[in-house]
Design a binder for this molecule. Structure first.
Ligand code: AMP
Length: 144
């Protein structure tokens, strides 16, 4: 059975670091640093996804606007057209979405609410585990 987003969330947990749209970019930078993560999801009431802000957006904002942008709300620099996935999407589908969209994070949504996030690191870790398991099964089959 192909590995699904549900399997990945069961393994890594469903906690997502999310912030409201009025947090400043400096506050969000501190949150990224403290949590050792590359992205936060911006949510409105009831965990609805309003945007995503990643370390790349932080670099772009400062490079384009200078350090004064740090006091601006994160809503001024977040991506609002967020590509989401669902728990029944497969690992391969998520890899394809990340590759064609050229981003490294995909929030997981169910019934319009944020329920998890998959990063490129999660994808790589799961894929390595999958390849190792397949190799073990082939070795066991050959040996039997
Ligand atoms: P990343 O590679 O995830 O750091 O993101 C690169 C750029 O894509 C940044 O401008 C992000 O705001 C944006 N981005 C990240 N994840 C998504 C997503 N799931 N949907 C749309 N844009 C995204």
């Amino acid at each position: 059975m192909p590995v699904s987003v549900r399997h990945m969330l069961d393994a890594k947990g469903r906690n997502v670091v999310s912030v409201s749209r009025d947090k400043t970019i400096a506050e969000v930078a501190a949150i990224l640093h403290e949590n050792k993560i590359g992205a936060v999801v911006i949510t409105s009431l009831e965990e609805r996804i309003a945007g995503i802000f990643t370390e790349r957006d932080l670099v772009r904002s400062v490079a384009v606007n200078g350090a004064s942008v740090l006091s601006q709300p994160v809503s001024s620099a977040m991506t609002t057209n967020v590509t989401r996935c669902h728990e029944d999407n497969s690992l391969n589908e998520v890899m394809e979405i990340m590759s064609s969209g050229r981003f490294r994070h995909i929030p997981v949504e169910e019934q319009g609410r944020l329920v998890g996030i998959i990063s490129i690191g999660d994808v790589v870790k799961t894929r390595i585990h999958e390849v190792e398991t397949e190799a073990e099964q082939i070795r066991a089959y050959i040996a039997s």
